[in-house]
Design a protein around this ligand. Structure first.
Ligand code: SF4
Length: 484
């Protein structure tokens, strides 16, 4: 076994997921809403490891527990046993690209407004965030955080002043909020879920016994023993109360829906089904299509754990080249969160080992989901060579990243994207592979060809269906903290 410990800042060299949400409206007395929500957050942990939180509604009174850390760190058995078992519960796991890792951005966010208290948990990125925040600040608003959830709360609260009920306020807010969001609200008598008009981020509805759930990914519904009902549609708001669920549509619709293609490639769990397409099947198809584009003569095809594994199986099936384990990943090295000076502690340390017994003396194809800066790929190729591979061919199950994402995935800076600065041949030389191939844009659209909605491919194509921010929000206060 060739061991190597890499210490790479995941914020720059790997794509990070951006939050998962869950909501439960409990109608069955025997169900424990806290245990179910806790289990659901485990199922969503892959979407965010920076903080976790749960809000429980007991007869209109909200109790919230949230903290920086993974679900297991935040919800110890003692803490869980002290959370009351309510009839409406929401939960959240967060990833952030913010330097400050401020606790104030942890969710669910509880809002006390003119009509009482509600809690909100959101996934995504509001693209008119800076404009809305400036307008609100000029009107005297004071913000505790930089979270999308806080902006959403303000807009909903403002709309509630001129609407008949919370449902109308959320619908009006949806017309004002641009960009990507899938969110849940815990209100005194109902659970609300809503998805932006483009459908960038997934959101679905399920049932467990007579109770309803709304969550980011369908795998969660399976993991809590529930039954999938359907996806929340782009621009739809779903309201669940004693009588079941009702659906409403926002007035403003998108010219074209825009589900994030990268959900299928990397973000979502393989056992999820998003807008009618299995994530596992989409990854497998990506591998088959990679073989169509790059039929390489090799002895073994391996995937980089975890999201490259299924594409590698697809390539193997299409090519007849045996699939094998090329790497072993230590699953017990997680992320340590800290603040300010502790930045180093927050680096994701990925311990990955090349499986010498499987690759020595062989022509190896490695499949990974993406390349951001290139250092991780360089390291992976090097590990394979140290393990004695005769040839190392790298294939990527998505097209090159050339543009930023403004819709909730952490691809912020063009300067950090290697494909924006180098040709594919130059990248091949940089990572040290014998050959390098990326799935084409035409083919990435085929991996989820049966999906019920259209796709966003902006980071691969540079064409944006949705409005992108005119100005980016700059947190002056966070800068001040950094300088100290
Ligand atoms: S720009 Fe890329 S990562 Fe962002 S939503 Fe679109 S496909 Fe997904």
């Amino acid at each position: 076994m060739i061991n190597s410990f890499i210490d790479i800042d995941s914020k720059l060299d790997k794509i990070n997921d951006e939050c998962g949400v869950f909501g439960l409206y409990k109608k069955d007395e025997e169900l424990n809403s806290v245990s179910i929500t806790h289990a659901a957050l485990f199922g969503l942990q892959h979407r965010g490891q920076v903080s976790a939180g749960i809000t429980v509604n007991v007869n209109g009174e909200l109790t919230t527990v949230k903290e920086l850390g993974m679900v297991t760190e935040v919800f110890t058995p003692k803490i869980l046993s002290n959370i009351p078992n309510g009839n409406i519960t929401i939960g959240h796991v967060r990833y952030t690209s913010s330097e400050s890792l401020d606790r104030a951005s942890n969710q669910p966010l509880v809002m006390r407004y003119i009509q009482g208290s509600i809690a909100i948990a959101a996934n995504g990125s509001i693209t008119n965030f800076a404009d809305i925040r400036k307008e609100l600040e000029h009107g005297g608003a004071i913000f505790q955080s930089n979270s999308n959830a806080e902006i959403m709360s303000y807009v909903i609260a403002s709309e509630r002043c001129t609407t008949q009920n919370l449902e109308d306020a959320v619908l009006s807010a949806m017309d004002k909020l641009d960009g990507a969001y899938s969110a849940v609200i815990c209100a005194p008598t109902r659970l609300i879920g809503f998805r932006d008009k483009y459908g960038f981020r997934p959101l679905c509805i399920g049932k467990i016994k007579n109770s309803y759930v709304i969550t980011s990914e369908s795998c969660v519904i399976d993991s809590i023993g529930g039954e999938f009902i359907r996806d929340v549609e782009p621009g739809e708001m779903v309201v669940i109360n004693e009588d079941g669920f009702r659906s409403y549509k926002a007035k403003v619709t998108a010219d074209k829906t825009s589900l994030c293609l990268f959900e299928y490639v990397y973000v979502a769990r393989p056992d999820s089904i998003i807008d009618g397409v299995s994530v596992h099947n989409a990854r497998f198809k990506a591998g088959e299509l990679l073989y169509e584009e790059f039929p390489i003569d090799a002895d073994i095809v391996c995937g980089v754990p975890d999201s490259g594994l299924i594409a590698a199986e697809g390539y193997s099936k299409a090519s007849g080249i045996p699939f094998g384990m090329g790497f072993v990943k230590n699953k017990y090295i997680g992320r340590t969160v800290g603040t300010g000076k502790d930045k180093k502690k927050r680096l994701l340390k990925t311990r990955i080992t090349a499986l010498k017994a499987n690759v020595k003396g062989k022509r190896v194809i490695i499949i990974d989901d993406s390349i951001v800066r290139g250092e991780t790929s360089q390291h992976i190729v090097n590990l394979m060579r140290l393990a004695g591979a005769k040839e190392v061919h790298m294939l990527i199950s998505s097209p090159p990243f050339i543009c930023p994402c403004y819709f909730g995935i952490d691809i912020h800076d063009k300067e950090n994207l290697i494909a924006n600065k180098m040709t594919i041949e130059e990248i091949r030389q940089f990572i040290g592979a014998d050959s390098l191939g990326y799935l084409s844009i035409d083919n990435i659209h085929k991996i989820a060809a049966n999906a019920k909605i259209n796709f966003c491919d902006s980071c691969f194509s540079g064409h944006y269906n949705a409005k992108i921010p005119k100005t980016l929000f700059v947190d002056k206060y966070a800068k001040k903290i950094k300088r100290q």
